[in-house]
Design a protein around this ligand. Sequence first.
Ligand code: ADP
Length: 249
Amino acid sequence: MRESLAVLNERLLETDRLKSEFIESASHELRGPVTAVEGALSVMERHLEDSFGGLDDISRELMEIAMTGSDRMVALVDNLLDLTRIEAGAVSIEREEVDVGRLVEEVVKLYEAVAREKDLELVADVPVEGLTAEADPQALARVLDNIVGNAVKYTGRGSITVGAREEDGSIHFTVKDTGRGIPEQNLSEIFNKFSRVHLATEHEERGTGLGLSISKGLVEAHGGTIRAESELGKVSTFHAVIPKQAPGR
Ligand code: ADP
């Protein structure tokens, strides 16, 4: 019995490894053509603008559909490549002193327009100055970008608060929204790749189920942790905690 469980476990690991290998090679192969389409579309738009003084309404609409689609494909392929790098333990964290308050404010600014459009209140709750961490600013921005982006995406009305504070040698980021919430049984699985609780029914809820798994990998590469808590239909809060200084210092 014990032996067959071990064999089953080994098979599952092998299947998982083959799946990861397939995703990695497929994304590498796709990166070239997908980027070529994206580049060709923007050159074509400029060419039509220069040669014919612009596009008629129907052509413009079709061009926008093609460009949005190709942007999403490039983003998806980039996410898949990042994920395979994270899974292979090959993600490199370039630490420097990061002004945490400013970082939060920058990410909040990115989503201000979308939040306004949805009539959501979006606020940064951070100390005016002096909150710093020894971290990778790009990786941290990516994590916050994913979590705040989700909060805006999955909140129909109310508010989103993005906070950061220092406690016991760690920096605690919190993103709280008054959105649709996450069922208790899904709270940890949403950090697995391709895991989606809310299936796309509307345009703005499209997604790939990769953002949180990438965020988890980036937070863990800092020696930190990430988790979510939620009251269904009322509120979701994401907590990302990283050491203020590089572990071992
Ligand atoms: P996606 O591209 O689908 O948003 P993520 O990995 O970022 O992928 O998130 C995984 C899933 O977690 C989402 O599909 C959604 O069901 C759920 N989720 C994430 N953030 C929130 C949130 N703030 N409120 C409700 N559900 C959320």
